[in-house]
Design a protein around this ligand. Structure first.
Ligand code: 6PG
Length: 468
């Protein structure tokens, strides 16, 4: 029997879809799942692709069925399960056999696993895979990390299964160790922020303007034809248009306003804090999710202080204002995300390929959008520069921030929450304030802790005349 080209462990939704994708692209694949009934069930449901798939009931069978040097993808829940799987698998493998963790790992775990693999002299890759179920099945965006040699060993498979943007595969090696998972975390941080800003605009439509879900759907559909064209705007239109079969009501209206999270957005914020990289739009989005979870406290607050959202006066904000505010907010968010990537690249010595990151995000992933192609071009011209200063985006910022200011000001003055959009506006203002108020902070620090300050008129460290 001929051997498989690759193996995969973990037939949950993502693992199953990825396996079918790999099989469909013509690669023979062996699969294993801890619950063996799932393996046979998956194989039985694979239809024509079953021929390409070898179901294995034991790790030994899996290893024996793959051609050497082997490559085995892990699609198991991030965290301890990955370490357990590696520990069970490694003793069965040869020195050149490659383990690829394709889950949503914390990049620090990937760094540790890569270092261990280095010490053991065995290859290991940590790859970020974005696109949800549909992406995994038909073409995800893939962000690779680890030894380049290991990436090169399997890149022909990864590029074949990845999404395609006008002939370019959305799969790239980002750098050593945890670089791929770091890029994926930032992708998810941006995902949180894009989603939050859309939700804020939805809130203005619903609570400020009294729009029903169908009207919101129509707004998103319209915006999806303009500069905001993106997967998230597209699906926002679709979810707003959907009807609940049980009640006949708009699905949006029957969904509880308590958002879940698995933690990747939070990791982005934590790492940004470690790096001293300001990402206030993403921070606001993560905080908003945390606040959303505090449903009973919010209800108590509403009973105590009165409901927050007050309808806006007719005509206070037009559709164009809302669209432009989203455009400006989005640019600020991505400027911050890429700045964070640059900071991480310098700190960890990754030499992250900035334009390539924008390129692999153009298709397949959750944040895919037309604007990412413009970002790829801007980052090609100036990879280390803040996106705000790229001429294309500087012009868009000039054109769209007046609406962002108007939307934030009117929303805030009527009790409508726009934390991520407001954070974007505040970042814009901070970034164009040559003389900030941090002189006051420095004076206070020196006063209470003799931390010293720099002067505007002389070099060196100075202290104020505070006395004792
Ligand atoms: C993707 C998604 C994917 C997943 C997130 C959701 O890129 O395909 O980001 O990884 O949907 O984990 O994250 P939360 O549960 O934290 O919202």
């Amino acid at each position: 029997m001929s051997k498989s080209e690759i193996g995969l462990i973990g037939l949950g939704t993502m693992g199953a879809m990825l396996s079918l994708n790999i099989a469909e692209k013509g690669f023979a694949i062996s699969v294993f799942n801890r619950t063996t009934s799932r393996t046979s069930e998956f194989h039985a449901e694979a239809g024509e692709l079953a021929e390409q798939i070898t179901p294995c009931d034991t790790l030994e069978d899996l290893v024996a069925s793959i051609a050497e040097p082997r490559a085995i993808i892990l699609m198991v829940p991030a965290g301890r399960a990955v370490d357990e799987q590696i520990a069970a698998l490694r003793p069965l493998l040869g020195k050149d056999d490659l383990i690829i963790d394709a889950g949503n790992a914390n990049f620090r775990d990937t760094e540790a696993r890569a270092a261990q693999a280095e010490a053991d002299g065995v290859p290991f890759l940590g790859i970020g895979v974005s696109g949800g179920e549909e992406g995994a099945r038909h073409g995800p965006s893939i962000m690779g990390g680890g030894r380049k040699k290991a990436w090169d060993q399997v890149s022909y498979i990864l590029t074949a299964i990845a999404a395609d943007y006008e002939g370019t595969a959305c799969a790239t090696w980002m750098g050593q160790g945890g670089a791929g998972h770091f890029v994926k975390a930032v992708h998810n941080g941006i995902e949180y922020a894009d989603m939050q800003m859309i939700a804020e605009i939805y809130g203005i439509l619903r609570d400020g303007q009294g729009a029903d879900a169908a009207t919101c759907a129509e707004a998103f559909d319209t915006w999806n034809k303009g500069p905001l064209q993106s997967y998230l705007i597209e699906i926002s239109g679709k979810v707003a248009a959907a009807t609940d079969p049980a009640t006949g009501n708009a699905v949006l209206d029957i969904i509880l306003d308590r958002a879940g999270q698995k933690g990747t957005g939070r990791w982005t914020v934590i790492e940004a804090q470690h790096l001293g990289a300001p990402i206030p739009v993403i921070e606001a989005a993560v905080a908003a999710r945390n606040l959303s979870a505090m449903k009973s406290e919010r209800e108590r607050g509403e009973a105590t202080f009165g409901a927050a959202p007050v309808p806006l006066p007719a005509g206070a904000l037009g559709r164009d204002d809302l669209e432009q505010a989203l455009i400006a907010g989005k640019i600020m968010c991505y400027a911050q995300g890429f700045h964070l990537l640059n900071s991480a690249s310098a700190e960890f010595g990754w030499n992250l390929p900035m334009p390539e990151i924008a390129r692999v995000w153009r298709e397949g992933c959750i944040i895919r959008s037309t604007m990412l192609n413009d970002m790829a071009e801007a980052l090609t011209a100036a990879p280390q520069d803040n996106l705000m200063f790229a001429p294309f985006f500087a012009k868009m910022i000039d054109e769209n921030t007046p609406a962002l200011r108007k939307v934030v000001a009117i929303a805030v003055s009527h009790g409508l929450q726009v934390p991520a959009l407001a954070a974007g506006l505040s970042y814009y203002d901070a970034m164009r304030t040559g003389r900030s108020t941090a002189n006051m902070i420095q004076a206070q620090r020196d006063f209470f802790g003799a931390h010293s300050f720099e002067r505007v008129d002389k070099e060196g460290a100075h202290h104020g005349p505070w006395g004792s």
